[in-house]
Structure formats: C-alpha cells, structure tokens
Design a binder for this molecule. Structure first.
Ligand code: MTE
Length: 301
C-alpha cells in the first residue's frame, strides 16, 4: 500500500500512535508539507490551538443516527453491523456502472494519510488522521459523463442491527450529495481507516466520505451507492430542515445556524480552559474558495 502525505496539519496535531507512524514517517510527512506549500496560517493556528484527538475520542463521540441520536450510541451498537463482504454500486451518468466489492472499488488506487480538521455543524471539532483514497480516483475510473453535474451518496440500511432505523429517528437511507467539482477536488476523500487501522463501524465502516471544508453531516458514512446525476440530489439534513441545513454547508463563521453561532467551536478533548477556538472559513481549507467564486455564500449556505 503506497502512502503519500497531503494535508494542512502536521502529525504533531494528532496523538502519536507508535503502531501507526514511526518518527521517520512523521518527519517525511512534515517535509512534504513544506515542499507542497500547504502550510499556512491555518496550520500555524492548528498547531498552537488544537489539542490532539485520541482514537478513543474519535471512536466514542459520534453522530450516526442509524444507531441512535446519542453521541455514545454508535460506539454501543454499531459493532453489530456486518461490513465484510460489502458492496458499493456506482451508477447514473457513468460509462462504467456496476456493483463492486470494496476491494474491487479500491483496487489499484493509492491509499493516503490525510490529517484533517473535522468540524460538526453542532460547533464541535476534532483533528482526525484518516486513511483513504481520493473520490476523484473512483469517479475517474467510473467514467463520468459530460452531462453529470452532481454526485449522490447513500448509506446502508440494516434495520435488524440499526436501532435508530428501527425507531425511524429520521428518514433512512441517509443520503448526501456534492457538486461534481467539489467531489473531484483533491481534498475530498473516501476514507477506509483512521490512525492506520480499519475504520471502526461507528465512524462509518467500511468506507465513508470526508469533505473537510464542509460541516460533518456532509461526510456520509457506510456508503453503498454513488450515483452521478444531472440535478442536485437530496441531502438528509437539508430535507429535514432546509432553513437550518443548506445543501452546500461549507464551514462559515459568518453564517450562523438559526439556533446557534458558528463563529467559534468547541474542541473535543481540548481541556477545560483551552477548549474553544475561532471557526475558520472553509474550516481553514482556503484552497477550495475558487469553487465558489461569484456565489453568495450567505444565500447558498
Ligand atoms: N452518516 C450517516 N449515514 N448517518 C449519520 O447520522 N452523521 C453525520 C456524518 N455522517 C451521519 C453520517 C454527522 S452529523 C457527523 S458530525 C459525522 O458523520 C460524524 O462523524 P464521526 O462520528 O466519525 O465523527
């Protein structure tokens, strides 16, 4: 498995896990960052302000409504979800539609380490060291047709092992969508692991989306279908309450949620006195700003 580093945080921002990275790899990663010019104000702020997140924190404070609405429900119940074998259908406006095993979907693609800030719409944040492939690599192999403008995603529905589905806490399947250029952006990841370990079920095993400049609910878990469409696809939270949760949902300190401010965020594991920091536009991933040129981000929130 080939690894290459590309992110705006350094490994110093996460808890070192000896099983995950040795010192040499950490230094190589940091050097790569400097060379690619991705370190900026964001990384500087991140290094000063962010406390590391442990695997324990990442695996015990979750949103995965299929397993219940409480933060500890996914850790308590998701282990019952069978994730092997797992099939993913790629269809819609593609030249090579099909249903693939996870191994077939990932075959030949480069699995990378990406340390990303993760910002939930509920105004909390973590720093998570993901492993995964670029969504663009999957889409390129699928052969996106010229009429496609959006990508739709769907989560598995397994009522027998999903208490939240049994209780219909929201409508399932959980669905999400991206504009095609957002989906093709090199930051957009299909994650298969964290800290070099296979994705825990509560984090969206065996494969989930990660879009680091958008609120966390866009990062749909346990994906079974990827569909290329011409029209904007439905998105679960946007359908539940379009006024509170837009389709775009780019992290934006200037656009408040109707019920709370997004100007600052609580860092999970940040400690009692250093637990809040300012929210950054696009969660600090300024390189995506050009995707939204000419758009009023207060209107398209
Ligand atoms: N995907 C599915 N299928 N169901 C969900 O309830 N919750 C979203 C997102 N993806 C959710 C989901 C929300 S609100 C957040 S903040 C993130 O998953 C949480 O990811 P994490 O638990 O790995 O931190």
């Amino acid at each position: 498995m080939a690894y290459r580093w590309k992110n705006d945080l350094t490994p110093a921002d996460v808890t070192p896990k000896s099983a995950f990275l040795n010192r040499r790899q950490i230094l190589a990663g940091a050097a790569g960052l400097g060379a690619s010019g991705l370190i900026g104000g964001t990384a500087a702020q991140a290094q000063e302000a962010l406390e590391p997140n442990t695997l324990e924190e990442i695996r015990t404070y979750n949103n995965f409504y299929e397993f219940g609405t409480g933060k500890s429900d996914p850790a308590a119940y998701a282990r019952a979800m069978p994730t092997d074998p797992w099939e993913i259908t790629v269809d819609g406006l593609v030249d090579n539609p099909g249903t693939f095993s996870l191994a077939e979907l990932l075959d030949g693609l480069t699995v990378e380490d990406r340390i990303y800030r993760f910002r939930c719409v509920e105004a909390w944040s973590m720093v998570i060291p993901w492993n995964g492939v670029e969504l663009a690599d999957i889409l390129e192999r699928a052969g996106v047709q010229s009429t496609a403008k959006y990508v739709a995603f769907e989560t598995a529905v397994m009522p027998e092992v999903m208490p939240g589905v049994q209780r219909r806490v929201i409508d399932f399947p959980y669905v999400e969508g991206l504009r095609l250029d957002e989906a093709m952006h090199p930051l957009t990841l299909m994650a298969t692991g964290i800290y070099g370990e296979p994705m825990a079920n509560q984090n969206g095993a065996p494969i989930r989306l990660v879009v680091p400049w958008k609120y966390g609910f866009k990062s749909i878990k346990s994906i079974v279908r990827i569909t290329l469409t011409e029209d904007e696809p439905p998105a679960t939270w946007n359908q539940i309450n379009a006024r509170e949760y837009g389709f775009y949902s780019n992290v934006n300190p200037a656009v408040s949620h109707p019920r709370w401010s997004q100007a600052s965020e609580r860092m999970i594991g940040g400690g009692l006195f250093s637990s809040r920091q300012d929210t950054l536009m696009f969660n600090g991933y300024d390189e995506v700003a050009s995707l939204y040129e000419g758009m009023d981000l207060a209107e398209f929130y």
